[in-house]
Design a protein around this ligand. Structure first.
Ligand SMILES: *Cc1c(COP(=O)(O)O)cnc(C)c1O
Length: 382
């Protein structure tokens, strides 16, 4: 089945007693046992809850994985995956990574004896050079945040396989609609479902899909053992969001392409980072590997006072962190999402005092462009 069909049908067909078309919210902590040593399949909601399970089956289907998992946040999902590793293990990680993942690795998991090397994962050779005898995984963002570098997941996954370590892909910016990393050989896909999957800026959640049943068993053991599971209400909201992923993404991409082209010709704009632009370094690769270019844009303004002006004056586009929802958002990565990364690293990567990031929503593109236009215009700040 095509992705639009799989997505729209998540949770359907589960409830046989009443025939409810949407999966009910099983707001229960525990489940009655039918007899001694017997179970309905559900015992306690940390270990398994039918609403969460509908979501977990949904993400597994959308990813082509054997099993899916839902967590209280994207960070909870990534934390749970780190339990696959032990003291002394080394991971290779995308360098212009989500700031929260960097903080988790450097400030928390380093204390437990894991070590991390940060490399440009759009450069497969750089990944190869970073391999050590104790490397246990590559943690790669398929499309990076905020500079939108594109990783060659197929080549990287085979590099991981040849060297006997795991390929874990944070595919938050692309979603399974645009890229299915497990099909290309990756072992695990992880999402901040708070972004495109839930899609409405109303829920925080994390999702994981795993290809191999034995590995999935271990991921389940950690999910239940550490317990950072997604509650039934938020599982339901996430399912509701995921049903419309494909049509939202189609619209968001169309808007993003138009806005990126508009920004490119604007006199107050310098570099524009959008993989749908032919001069973007990852353009060819993303065209070959993915179904689309996504709806995130980063761009530099020509003078630093324009940063403040855009953040304060856009009316439709909200100055807020996060991304992927139906409402357009603008943020200032250096100060907001990437504040935990060392200043020298930010400077080297190009995450500077002129760089803004746009998450393009489903609004009308002409209205969004008009909003940016009036924000750029001369005059007093309000
Ligand atoms: C937001 C985000 C995360 C963290 O997810 P939360 O749901 O906010 O905990 C991880 N990776 C990427 C790429 C993200 O954008």
């Amino acid at each position: 089945m095509k992705m639009a069909t799989t997505a729209a049908q998540i949770g359907l067909d589960r409830e046989t007693r009443t025939g409810a078309v949407t999966v009910p919210i099983y707001q229960t902590a525990t489940f009655r046992h039918p007899g001694l040593g017997r179970s309905t399949g559900y015992d306690y909601s940390r270990s398994g809850n039918p609403t969460r399970q509908a979501l977990e089956e949904g993400i597994a289907l959308m990813e082509g994985g054997c099993r899916g998992f839902a967590y209280a946040s994207g960070m909870a999902a990534i934390t749970s995956l780190m339990f696959l590793f032990s003291q002394g293990d080394h991971l290779i990680v995308t360098e212009d990574l989500y700031g929260g993942s960097y903080r988790l690795f450097e400030k928390i998991f380093q204390q437990f004896g894991l070590s991390f090397s940060y490399v440009d994962t759009s450069d497969t050779e750089a990944v190869r050079r970073a391999i050590r005898p104790n490397t246990r995984a590559l943690f790669v963002e398929s499309l990076t945040n905020p500079l939108l570098k594109v990783a060659d997941i197929k080549t990287l996954a085979s590099l991981c396989r040849d060297n006997g370590f795991l390929c874990v892909v944070d595919n938050t910016f692309l979603t399974p609609y645009l890229l299915r990393p497990l099909d290309l050989g990756a072992d695990i896909t992880v999402y901040s479902g708070s972004k495109y999957l839930a899609g409405h800026n109303d829920t925080v959640c994390g999702l994981v899909a795993v290809k191999d049943p034995k590995l999935a068993e271990l991921v389940y053991f950690h999910q239940n053992g550490a317990g950072a599971v997604l509650g039934p209400q938020d599982s339901w909201l996430t399912i509701r969001g995921m049903k419309t992923l494909t049509i939202r993404m189609d619209r968001q991409q169309e808007n993003a392409q138009a806005i990126a082209q508009w920004l490119q010709q604007h006199p107050h704009v310098g570099r524009v980072y959008y993989p749908g632009l032919p001069d973007h370094p990852g353009h060819q690769l993303i065209k070959e590997q993915c179904r689309g270019f996504g709806a995130m844009i980063a761009f530099e303004v020509t003078q630093s006072h324009l940063v403040d002006r855009l953040l304060m004056r856009t009316q439709l586009i909200s100055f807020a962190e996060s991304l992927g929802g139906v409402e357009s958002l603008i943020t200032f990565p250096q100060v907001q999402t990437h504040a935990d990364i060392e200043p020298e690293t930010l400077q080297r990567l190009g995450i500077n005092h002129l760089l803004l990031r746009l998450s393009v929503g489903i609004e009308d593109k002409d209205d969004l462009i008009a909003d940016l236009e009036q924000a750029f215009a001369e005059g007093e700040l309000p």
